[in-house]
Design a protein around this ligand. Structure first.
Ligand SMILES: [Zn+2]
Length: 411
């Protein structure tokens, strides 16, 4: 039985899809104002592993990763570069796709851009206003009223009166200081902008994910994911909008959040100038080393990035590749041996079924490696080689040992 830790209930729950055998997964994607960094790489590698594993378990998965191509950061960055917004976002989308391809990630089934869903956004906001969940503030922005949403704060476990977060508009324009913007009113000269029933403007951040999810998946989504930094306010607000829009008490069956990534024990930030860009890292390390490094830590835990940890991941993965290199195609596989050593497989799958516990799964690959070495020492080459095939088979499930060992070991 597959168990997933649900941020909403803070418990490991047995995974039961909304619709049997088809799983809808929505992961909040990149805001394309700069190149992807290692934090993005971790989040999307984890979902890549999860989706690969679910597909291995014979689930049909529909995976959406949106692209935020309209946002304050994009506008600021375009101004700073003296670059047209479309040119900037297209350049960054191209860079992201190339980086993720080089990292070996599967493509999402859909990669919708927010600017292609403005009409969906407008129609959701319209309905929220009609249902009294949203109002037009004094400055003309359309704002979501969190006090009208009964379950607000449930996902990130917060009480409304203790909420702390940055506001996009002046408190005076809102009924409650924590109400958030759904539609930002703009002057005609502020670009980009779109027409709406409330005048010229552009969408706020959170509404895009409600609109895109509605458009592709309808009333609910099996797995909603993202980095833990998105839990509040982004996911709390998205859940609130969708619950109010559909008139339901819950939205998103399982919420999965990937832990933070610290660079030399510090949060990555522009001011600290410690951002590690994925494309630079891919020039120095084999993509599978980066993937392996991520999978060595449980996805919910914070990950400490530094060169020493990455190098030791390389050395550790190298040990597996050295043994893979001993595969001898002349050895005929015998089913009997698989049955005898079946417990390695059972333990491996138990680890992954337990909230995708990849560090545990990798430790089983190493006990298998130990067994293989023992068999070689005892001159039982044929059995050892059979087990190397098993090692490779298991590692492949989480996207490891996919490369030609000669290629990997040469680098
Ligand atoms: Zn989102």
């Amino acid at each position: 039985m597959l168990k997933i830790f649900n941020t909403l209930t803070k418990k490991k729950e047995i995974f039961i899809p909304i619709c049997e055998k088809i799983i809808n997964i929505y992961v909040c994607g990149i805001t394309v104002y700069d190149h992807c960094h290692i934090g993005h790489a971790r989040t999307f590698t984890i979902f890549d592993m999860i989706i690969k594993y679910l597909r291995y378990c014979k689930y049909k998965v529909q995976y959406i990763r949106n692209i935020t191509d309209i946002d304050d950061k994009i506008i600021k960055s375009a101004k700073l570069n003296n670059e047209n917004i479309d040119l900037l976002t297209n350049r960054m989308i191209k860079s992201m796709n190339q980086d993720f391809l080089n990292l070996g990630l599967i493509n999402p089934d859909f990669q919708p851009k927010v600017t292609n869903h403005i009409q969906d956004i407008i129609s959701i906001i319209n309905k929220l206003i009609n249902k009294n969940y949203a109002y037009i503030s004094k400055n003309g922005d359309v704002v979501f009223s969190i006090s009208h949403c009964k379950n607000y704060g449930e996902l990130s476990k917060q009480k409304i009166n203790k909420l702390k977060f940055k506001n996009f508009i002046d408190y005076n324009n809102k009924i409650c200081k924590n109400d958030f913007v759904l539609w930002k009113k703009l002057d005609q000269l502020d670009l980009p902008n779109w027409n709406s029933p409330w005048g010229i403007g552009r969408p706020g951040w959170h509404i895009e994910c409600s609109a895109i999810n509605h458009n592709f998946f309808g009333k609910n989504v099996d797995i909603h994911g993202g980095g833990v930094d998105l839990l509040f306010p982004h996911h709390e607000n998205e859940r609130a909008q969708s619950m109010c829009f559909y008139n339901v008490k819950n939205y998103g069956k399982y919420w999965i959040h990937v832990g933070s990534l610290l660079v030399n024990n510090k949060k990555m930030s522009k001011s600290l100038k410690n951002t590690v860009f994925l494309k630079n890292l891919l020039k120095l390390y084999n993509s599978e080393v980066i993937r392996y490094f991520f999978l060595l830590t449980h996805y919910r835990k914070p990950l400490l990035y530094n060169i020493k940890n990455l190098n030791s991941a390389y050395q550790s993965l190298r040990k597996l590749y050295i043994i893979i290199n001993k595969i001898d195609n002349n050895v005929i596989l015998n089913k009997k041996f698989y049955i005898k050593y079946q417990y390695f497989c059972t333990n491996f799958f138990n680890a992954l079924h337990d909230d995708f516990n990849t560090p545990q799964a990798i430790s089983i690959l190493f006990s298998l490696l130990k067994k293989i070495k023992n068999l070689f020492n005892k001159d039982k080459k044929k059995i050892a080689i059979q087990l190397i095939y098993q090692l490779k088979y298991l590692a492949n499930i989480i996207g490891l040992l996919n490369q030609d060992p000669n290629f990997f070991l040469k680098k």
